[in-house]
Design a binder for this molecule. Structure first.
Ligand SMILES: Cc1ncc(COP(=O)(O)O)c(C=O)c1O
Length: 355
């Protein structure tokens, strides 16, 4: 036998693989996917658009540039701001850390999106988590202290945050962006549900990068994310990006989706409306936190019941995310993605039973 461990980096050995629960669930509310598929008539048009893709060729750079130009135009980016595309925004986060010098410390308020720490650890980077306040707000002073102490530092801010749903005040983020010797990556994965953005700030803030994904707005299966930042960042990140990282099928599908932005906007509006209903209904049964994303974090009256409730829902064919295992501020917490009105009603009924 090969002593595999001797060959594997410690940061990899120390972690577990990202777990995606297997199995089919009639109601799947665990991963912040959109509950809405493309309308049937659009699926036919999409397939028609895909017929033009030359699968025998590598993805064309012209295609890549067209997608970038369209994103820049829609986001009204300044001429000094560039764009890079990724196979999901996860890949972009990884590319950012791959490009960073060894001495750069990765900082994030915690709890937050687990991949920030996961990627940092796997790449052998120092990660410093700064606990959120009890109400899941930013501890700006503690973050400032961490950024200064561990300079040069890169701060990841999920805006709104996952798994809490919190949208931090813009002024607090601006205060952090103003710190010397730090770079701030604002991760706007849930932008369609929060409708707040730092894209418009990029032209004045060369130490800010903004990441987006299409995963939460109905296109998770495509794996497509993008980053906007000053061109000096893009030039470096482009060296790390693997050639052809966005497939021709994805690029063609994204171009297709640009023409139906109103369909996706309408789906997001429906999810925002349902989020309000779900929040009000949950409030009568559990502790639930306000959310500007497409999910809600909640804690049952008896926090120790979280595992049992998660299991009961699962047995009823409803998958949500059990984040209680993380402990700390997430003790006893569960996270539910906003689904269709029918799915949300079924979830609420099953939860009432489980409680
Ligand atoms: C804050 C945040 N950023 C990024 C991602 C990853 O998205 P993608 O599907 O684009 O890799 C997620 C997924 O849950 C997320 O919550």
């Amino acid at each position: 036998m090969v002593d595999v461990e001797r060959f594997i980096a410690q940061g990899v050995r120390n972690r577990s693989a990202y777990h995606v629960p297997p199995g089919e669930f009639p109601i799947k509310l665990d991963a912040m996917e959109s509950p809405y598929r493309l309308p049937i008539e659009l699926r036919d048009r999409w397939l028609h658009a895909l017929r033009e893709v030359s699968l025998n060729r590598y993805p064309s750079p012209d295609h890549y540039e067209r997608v970038k130009a369209r994103l820049a135009q829609d986001a009204r980016l300044s001429v000094d701001t560039g764009v890079i595309l990724g196979n999901g925004s996860d890949e972009i986060l990884q590319n950012i850390l791959l490009a960073m010098a060894r001495e750069v410390t990765v900082v994030a308020p915690t709890p937050t999106f687990v991949m920030y720490e996961q990627i940092a650890s796997i790449l052998g980077r120092r990660f410093v988590g700064v606990p959120l306040k009890e109400d899941f707000g930013l501890d700006v002073e503690a973050l400032r202290a961490a950024l200064v102490r561990h300079a040069p530092a890169l701060l990841f801010l999920a805006y709104p945050n996952n798994p809490t749903g919190t949208l931090y005040p813009e002024s607090e983020i601006r205060a952090l962006v103003a710190i010397d010797d730090a770079v701030v990556v604002v991760d706007e994965a849930y932008h369609p549900f929060a409708q707040a953005s730092f894209m418009g700030t990029l032209a004045d803030e060369p130490r800010l990068m903004v990441v987006r994904t299409l995963s939460k707005q109905g296109l998770a299966g495509l794996r497509f994310g993008w980053l906007a930042a000053h061109r000096s960042w893009i030039a470096e990140l482009d060296k790390v990006r693997l050639p052809y990282n966005v497939s021709s099928v994805t690029a063609a599908s994204i171009e297709f989706a640009f023409d139906y932005a109103d369909v996706f906007a309408d789906q997001a509006a429906r999810i925002r409306a349902e989020r309000g209903r779900l929040y009000e209904a949950l409030r009568t049964q559990v502790t639930v936190w306000p959310s500007e994303a497409n999910f809600l974090l909640f804690r049952p009256p008896v926090p120790e019941d979280a595992d049992r409730i998660h299991g009961r829902l699962k047995a009823a064919g409803i998958l949500i995310k059990n984040v209680a295992g993380a402990g700390g501020a997430l003790r006893g917490c569960l996270r539910v993605t906003v689904g269709t009105p029918a799915e949300n009603s079924a979830f609420l009924a099953a939860l009432a039973q489980a409680l």
